[in-house]
Design a protein around this ligand. Structure first.
Ligand code: GCW
Length: 720
């Protein structure tokens, strides 16, 4: 009897707390400004904000002011009257671009302003006189970034006493790459269709375009490549360029430049020429005219991103020219308008029998120093393809004379697509923190892309977007964190995965430590968990063919050798793994000797990369004493078990957040668990046909036969 009363009361309390939480569909991303429920903090903020003075009238400053107003109103419940007059010397918040607001300039030190650079900002509390908080910058966009940072302080409930923040981006180009097609399908997109509605553009401006710009500006993203790298020349036709212009006009106040992908054969397809040879005068002129036409519409157009001679895309090699010839031709066309060419290094060729791992390096290293000054080469984080774990791309240590741009994949093509919760900042950081040794110890990938190592002026980072027209933008509610992390790391790669996740959780969900602690832990562990149940110990590229969904390590019937998973794992009766040492493909030789020494010897190799670099016998003894086969089993089971734990952690936080997102994530985690066990069982049953060894004692038996897994088909899997 007693117990049932107690249960009833607990239930009632639970209902009360959850119904008190506003319904949330995820559309607002991390730009949520819910009322701060602690009265004392709220009134402290209101007092400190005092009278808000905001100088300036440009579209960017108007956007900043609107954001500030709605943010403050949401968080404090008070509608602040914002005055334009920045000269009044009363306590409160003062905002303005110091380069044209004398009154603001007088309040801040020139040295701090210098540190802000063209895009950075400062947020400081004045030391003398009435207490004033100043948000200032050398540009309007800096002010907008500063306002977002200031709102973040309040969203994460930080103290506004004695603030001293100076923040400037480490990289100039902080881009999203959309692999969006003109018919609105998204290559490797798992969040619905493209957000660009080409059909209704340019006349119809969807509110989403504005909210997209706000979200990007809030994390410092300053460029967007609107179209797929598998490009369609139609985007360069006059009718489409007007649509592009409409988007550029929407994004401009938010500091976001528009870029397009250039199909190398566009002079033929769209210009009616007979050739696209980069050394042909007519072709060169065609691109020059095209650039002129674009810049007449979009004066701040960013430039072109190009995938050439890769996976069937046309390129300069079709005319026996080099990547540099191709890139430089385009570079010349956009140079008069300060445009940039971003040339991708993701190349491998069907006819080339060399280990795919080596091909980009072989193609590009000889071209180092041959690119024009406004060309950047964009390199994927690893040499194969956005795997759950890859060693850093050897090109990062091998092209000192060329500014290299980082390409990460935010969309989870190989990482569970939109049904798996995996937080990618640890993956990004692992790559950025890797040491290439190219200029001695400490030559990290981060320094290479910053350009500081080799004295480059251009620098940047891009992420293949995970955005679509799903209500919550990214499909999985937690996939938003990866968009967020990309922006934050492009701004400042010294931020930790933990800090970024902490901010994101607080802004997207709640500041309640009972939520933050377990969910932070869950996010931080999620990538390693995925590696375990998908690609442990350096396995890679063993996913389903075409759609890349689920496991299919057995596939061996694809036209091109390197499209077959068997090419990558090389399992046989002796062992498993790709020998990339000198006895094998010798891809290791593309790394600096100091860097490769961590992987070279089978016994000393970091086990995270063991099967990436070595073909290892099934009975090889691992560092913990287990045999390789047993360790493989342990990893796969550990991975799946960890997802079960994530499910439990999530169930525990139920009362702390809104029902909608709770329920979405709960269901997705159940799918993730099924997918994790599917990966585990399918892979282990298949590899067992080579190892011919039993599963270690105590492991639950796979639910199905290998044959069952082999027969699974997903003809309509998304993103393909
Ligand atoms: O990862 C592979 C993808 C292709 C993609 C290609 C690339 C856009 O499977 O869908 O094409 O990489 O990065 O160019």
């Amino acid at each position: 009897m007693k117990r049932s009363w107690l249960t009833y009361i607990i239930f009632l309390l639970l209902v009360m707390t959850t119904t008190g939480l506003k319904a949330e569909n995820g559309y607002d991303l991390w730009l949520r400004y819910p009322l701060i429920n602690e009265n004392s903090l709220r009134s402290t903020y209101i007092r400190q904000l005092g009278s808000v003075k905001f100088a300036g009238q440009s579209p960017t400053l108007i956007a900043a002011r609107e954001e500030l107003l709605s943010g403050l109103e949401g968080l404090t419940g008070r509608r602040f009257a914002i005055t334009n007059n920045s000269t009044r010397v009363s306590p409160g918040l003062i905002i303005g671009n110091a380069s044209n607001e004398q009154a603001v300039k007088q309040l801040v030190s020139p040295e701090l302003l210098r540190q802000c650079g063209p895009e950075g900002y400062l947020i400081t509390t004045t030391k003398t006189g009435p207490v004033r908080i100043i948000i200032s910058a050398n540009s309007d966009i800096g002010v907008l970034y500063g306002v977002f940072h200031f709102l973040r302080l309040m969203q994460t409930k930080q103290s506004l006493n004695n603030i001293h923040i100076v923040s400037a981006p480490r990289l100039q180009l902080r881009l999203l790459n959309h692999w969006d097609n003109l018919n609105r399908t998204v290559e490797r997109g798992y969040a619905g269709f493209s957000i660009w509605n080409w059909h209704t553009l340019p006349s119809y401006i969807d509110q989403r375009y504005i909210d997209y710009a706000r979200a990007n500006a809030s994390i410092g993203i300053n460029g967007t490549v609107l179209t797929n790298v598998n490009a369609n020349a139609m985007i360069l036709t006059p009718a489409y360029l007007l649509k592009v212009k409409a988007l550029a006009d929407v994004f401009r106040p938010y500091g976001i430049k528009v870029y397009l992908t250039a199909r190398f054969s566009a002079p033929i397809e769209s210009g009616g020429l007979k050739t696209a040879d980069p050394l042909n005068e007519e072709v060169r002129q065609w691109w020059k005219n095209k650039a002129k036409e674009i810049y007449a519409l979009i004066p701040d157009f960013g430039g072109f991103l190009v995938k050439a001679n890769s996976e069937g895309q046309p390129g300069p090699q079709d005319y026996k020219r080099t990547h540099a010839d191709g890139a430089n031709m385009l570079a010349e066309a956009v140079a008069p308008f300060n445009g940039i060419i971003i040339w991708r290094a993701f190349v491998y060729a069907a006819e080339n029998p060399v280990d795919r791992h080596k091909q980009a390096y072989d193609d590009f290293v000889p071209l180092d120093g041959k690119f024009n000054a406004n060309v950047m080469v964009q390199v994927k984080n690893g040499a194969i393809d956005f795997m759950p774990r890859e060693p850093y791309h050897p090109l990062f240590g091998a092209m000192p004379k060329t500014p290299l741009m980082m390409e990460f994949q935010v969309t989870q093509e190989y990482l569970g697509q939109s049904t798996n919760l995996v937080y990618l900042a640890p993956l990004f950081k692992e790559v950025l923190d890797s040491d290439t040794w190219s200029n001695g110890k400490g030559s990290t990938v981060a320094k290479v892309i910053e350009g500081s190592l080799n004295g480059h002026i251009l620098n940047g980072m891009a992420g293949v977007a995970n955005i679509g027209n799903d209500l919550n933008w990214c499909g999985h509610p937690f996939a938003q964190a990866n968009w967020y992390a990309l922006g934050r790391l492009a701004w400042d790669n010294s931020l930790s995965s933990e800090n970024i996740a902490d901010e994101w959780i607080r802004m997207s969900y709640t500041n309640d430590p009972r939520f933050i602690q377990p969910i932070l832990k869950m996010m931080l562990g999620s990538r390693e968990t995925m590696v375990n149940y998908m690609n442990p110990l350096g396995l890679h590229h063993i996913m389903g063919t075409g759609h890349h969904y689920g496991p299919a390590p057995w596939v061996n019937d694809q036209r091109r050798p390197e499209w077959n998973p068997v090419y990558y794992h090389k399992a046989d009766s002796i062992g498993i793994g790709f020998d990339r040492t000198s006895t094998g493909s010798n891809a290791l030789a593309q790394y600096h000797p100091e860097a490769r020494s961590q992987w070279e010897s089978i016994d000393r190799c970091d086990e995270k990369y063991l099967l990436w670099f070595h073909h290892v016998s099934w009975n090889h003894q691992m560092k913990n004493g287990r045999t390789l086969w047993n360790e493989l089993c342990y990893r796969y089971y550990e991975g799946a078990e960890a997802v079960k734990k994530m499910q439990r952690q999530w169930d525990d936080i139920r009362p702390l957040i809104d029902k909608e997102r709770f329920e979405q994530v709960r269901q997705l985690l159940a799918i993730q668990y099924n997918e994790a066990t599917w990966w585990r069982d399918a892979c282990l049953l298949y590899f067992q046909t080579f190892s011919r060894q039993p599963f270690p004692d105590g492991f639950e038996k796979p639910a199905q036969t290998l044959d069952y897994y082999k027969k699974l088909r997903f003809p309509y899997a998304p993103g393909n």
